[in-house]
Design a protein around this ligand. Structure first.
Ligand code: SF4
Ligand code: SF4
Length: 447
């Protein structure tokens, strides 16, 4: 049963944040969803107007408000283009939490978030089991470059999984390959901790391995505690504050065991969640814990930013070219997609490009590199048609560059872009900038 007094206070607090919106409509021109639907209800201004009377509309039609609120990628394009500085993503997330508290979470979400995601070891066990049986539901479709993408073929899976090309889960997750690590600072004098994130752990462990090798090469000490889990964003985006706070407290305690200079992640969404949402959304009362959350979020850095700003990567690795590296004639350059959670949320755009250039690769800019790829976490699950429509524009921009590789700093974008490219049968490799950089070090036998 919802605590109505507490809910009323939270609605009031939210309504106070809404007054900043001057209803100018500048968010329309950048909203990927509005671009597809042309519906005012889908753009930030329309949703903020809906929330203006949340106290009343929530009682009248909680499901309707919920549905409208959930038609959003939480990409932050609107916030980045808002002249009044409305913190749209934070407002939408808080509103989802209020609604979830009022309505209660569905039994399925309760099961997924509170029984699975909230407990990293259970989540690991279940995903490992799912990985073993994934071949029963999919058909492998490898393109000429060997990029693996499986097509969902089983009618046993729920309808929202149909027609997808999924990147299969790895045979061995990162936490099996590197269960833990604790090395001292080397030549760089820096010691960093690595927050793995679910998608890198389970789908792209190769990115984690590359980071271990790159850090070792640059003399960066590394702390990887065992037992890591999710940063909490899937639960938070569904309004499940309980799971979000549980995971947050768990990780703050986990990383508190050791001293380090930076907390590094290679997932744009994890970085943005830890840096921005952990301190702003957490409602726990313990001041000591709040202080730890603030400290940890201040120390959190995207891997590309870390390599460029702290390791000074480009200062001494910027001279090599594809030719120097003995690249074959197959190489047709790399194009880069800006993840919304990296560029719009954290202002990180130049650094991943510099990492790619430091690998000696020719960087070819695509049109609209910072336009959303359409993933949006659970948005992709519930609104796959819209998500694919947005993604197909990204796929065209990538294909138009003529590049053989597209890089992006977010593993969730990698999953979406892989699906979009596979749908069109395009032979374009999808990777993370650190993979490209690690590849160049390997070619030169430096790692
Ligand atoms: S959210 Fe910002 S850009 Fe959109 S209508 Fe309000 S003030 Fe204007
Ligand atoms: S977060 Fe993205 S999808 Fe949602 S309203 Fe803003 S621009 Fe549109």
């Amino acid at each position: 049963m919802a605590d109505m007094k507490r809910l009323a206070a939270r609605v009031k607090e939210l309504e106070d944040q809404l007054v900043v919106c001057i209803r100018c409509g500048m968010c329309q021109s950048v909203c990927p969803l509005f671009d597809r639907t042309r519906r005012e209800a889908d753009v930030a201004r329309g949703k903020l107007a809906l929330l203006d009377g949340l106290g009343k509309s929530m009682f009248k039609d909680p499901d309707g408000v919920d549905q409208r609120l959930n038609r959003c990628l939480l990409c932050g394009s609107c916030a980045a283009n808002c002249p009044s500085g409305v913190n749209v993503v934070e407002i939408f997330i808080k509103a989802r939490a209020i609604l979830a508290e009022f309505k209660g979470l569905s039994p399925v979400k309760k099961l997924i978030f509170r029984k699975m995601l909230a407990d990293p070891s259970t989540f690991d066990r279940l995903t490992s089991l799912a990985g073993k049986f994934q071949g029963m539901f999919t058909r492998d479709e490898k393109n000429a470059q060997g990029t693996s993408c499986s097509r969902v073929v089983s009618s046993l899976l729920p309808p929202f999984m149909k027609d997808r090309h999924i990147v299969p889960m790895a045979d061995h997750p990162f936490h099996e390959l590197v269960p833990s690590l604790n090395t001292p600072a080397g030549n760089s004098g820096i010691r960093a901790a690595f927050f793995t994130g679910c998608i890198i752990d389970k789908v792209f462990p190769r990115i984690g391995r590359d980071i271990v090798d790159i850090f070792s090469y640059h003399g960066v000490g590394l702390f990887i505690p065992p037992g890591q889990g999710c940063c909490g964003i899937p639960a938070l985006a569904s309004g499940d504050m309980q799971t979000f706070e549980k995971l947050l407290e768990y990780h703050v305690t986990l990383f508190d065991q050791e001293n380090f200079d930076y907390l590094i992640t290679a997932c744009a969404t994890c970085t943005s969640t830890i840096k921005k949402l952990w301190p702003s959304i957490y409602e726990g009362k313990s001041m000591a814990l709040r202080e730890k959350i603030t400290n940890l979020s201040e120390k959190t850095l995207d891997i590309n930013k870390f390599l460029v700003d702290k390791v000074k990567l480009c200062d001494f690795q910027g001279e090599t070219t594809d030719k120097d590296l003995g690249a074959s004639s197959v190489a047709r350059g790399v194009t880069y997609h800006d993840p919304c959670h990296l560029k719009k949320s954290l202002g990180v755009a130049d650094e991943p490009r510099r990492v790619i250039k430091a690998a000696g690769k020719e960087l070819v800019e695509m049109e609209g590199s910072d336009k959303c790829c359409g993933m949006g976490g659970s948005f992709n699950l519930y609104h796959y048609g819209l998500s694919s429509g947005i993604g197909s524009l990204k796929q065209k921009s990538i294909a138009d560059t003529g590049c053989d590789t597209v890089a992006t700093g977010c593993p969730a974008c990698m999953v979406q872009i892989s699906d979009m490219l596979a749908k069109e049968g395009l032979d374009i490799k999808v990777g993370h900038p650190v993979e490209i950089y690690a590849g160049s070090l390997r070619k030169r036998k430096l790692i």
